[in-house]
Design a protein around this ligand. Structure first.
Ligand code: NAP
Length: 348
């Protein structure tokens, strides 16, 4: 029998949608993504981008404080055991995601730990094909697959992925290869500052490589970079090549000036990319309207409708503007309400 609603994804949009759909007795099935090396390298493991961050200081309801006993009593013991220790700062990205996931489970959400690799939206019920080969039938779909970090696409970058090149400081920063060594972060946005700041825990110096003479980061984050004595910003240059060898991995970078200055070489044991994101919509190509940047197009103002009736979208997969945990969660709630009302209208 077809499901009433399937939610694809496992970030704040997906769990908010699941909590609302479960409470509306739609018995949602969440397809949270597969745990594979390919997804790890791409930054698309279950629980999404928040699981790759540290402190979340701007999600309402989590001021600084010690949540240890709350986390211990709220989250299933088997999953709590695998989480990093609580840092007494309020809430971390992984903690927030585990709490949301648990809240969805508490209301009866079922979870499949696979990717969706293909969809058929041209007949109803819709069909979703999972990475284990299973086909799931459903009356409504909420797509909340989020976005992932971009790489520059350099050959040398690809060569040294996992050997010094990364797009996730929180995942990889503590590796021995980076300890007390100079590191490079590429980008000038909030993510770049966040990564650079985090990496100063381990690095001797963190060089931020930015293509302009001004950061894109918000004032408070820019100040964080300026105030950190271990961060040095290399203005007006781009990463031209990651330098290294098979034995040691990354040993440095070659930088090209964007204002006609001579090229620069910088010794570095690691290169962290923080240059924006790409939505996880490859499986929707030709099935749902996407914009030029491959984000899902929402077809009505202040609604989560997509180009296919009965398919809704929430979170970063349809948003390249706000991209916040709280906005993603908000649109997840909206998508569940839209799906519930659409099913009721159709008598499904
Ligand atoms: P972003 O704001 O789009 O910044 C991307 C940065 O990468 C920009 O500085 C951009 O340079 C640079 N860049 C892009 N393509 C490049 C290329 N090919 N070569 C060299 N540099 C390139 O992305 P983000 O930092 O990931 O932030 C995304 C959203 O998440 C923002 O809304 C941000 O506020 C939010 N966020 C917030 C926090 C926080 O508040 N703690 C933390 C992380 C993210 P240009 O500046 O020249 O375009």
């Amino acid at each position: 029998m077809a499901e009433k609603v399937i939610i694809i994804g496992s970030g704040p949009a997906a769990w908010a949608a699941a909590i609302y759909a479960a409470r509306a007795e739609l018995k949602p099935l969440v397809i949270e993504g597969a745990i594979t090396e390919e997804n790890r390298l791409a930054g698309t493991l279950p629980l999404g981008q928040l699981a790759l961050t540290t402190e979340v200081e701007n999600f309402p309801g989590f001021p600084a404080g010690d949540m240890e006993s709350y986390l211990n009593s709220s989250i299933e013991e088997s999953r709590r055991r695998l989480m990093p220790p609580h840092g007494k700062h309020g809430v971390s990205g992984p903690e927030l995601m585990e709490l949301m996931r648990q809240q969805a489970v508490n209301f009866g959400t079922r979870i499949v730990t696979e990717d969706i690799v293909d969809v058929a939206f041209d007949a109803h019920p819709f069909k979703l094909v999972a990475s284990d080969g299973a086909t799931h039938e459903t009356l409504a779909v909420i797509v909340a697959t989020g976005a992932r970090a971009n790489y520059l696409g350099l050959e040398s970058e690809e060569r040294f992925k996992n050997r010094g090149v990364s797009a996730c400081a929180v995942c990889d920063g503590a590796l021995p290869r980076f300890r007390n060594k100079p590191l490079v972060v590429v980008g000038g946005g909030d993510s770049a500052v966040e990564e650079a700041d985090y990496l100063t825990k381990f690095a001797s110096t963190v060089y931020m490589v930015h293509r302009r003479d001004q950061l894109r980061a918000s004032k408070i984050m820019a100040k964080r970079a300026e105030d950190n004595p271990k961060i040095e910003i290399l203005w007006n240059c781009v990463l031209d090549e990651v330098v290294g060898n098979d034995k040691d991995g990354v040993t440095g970078v070659r930088l090209k000036s964007t204002v006609g200055e001579p090229d620069l070489e910088q010794e570095a044991a690691g290169v962290f990319l923080a240059i924006g994101h790409t939505p996880n919509t490859a499986f929707l190509k030709g099935k749902l309207e996407l914009n030029a940047k491959k984000y899902i197009v929402l077809t009505a103002a202040a609604r989560t409708y997509t180009s296919v009736e009965g398919v809704f979208a929430a979170g970063d997969v349809a948003d390249d503007y706000y991209r916040q945990a709280i906005t993603a969660a908000g649109t997840g709630c909206m998508a569940a309400l839209d799906a519930e009302r659409w099913l009721a209208t159709k008598g499904l």
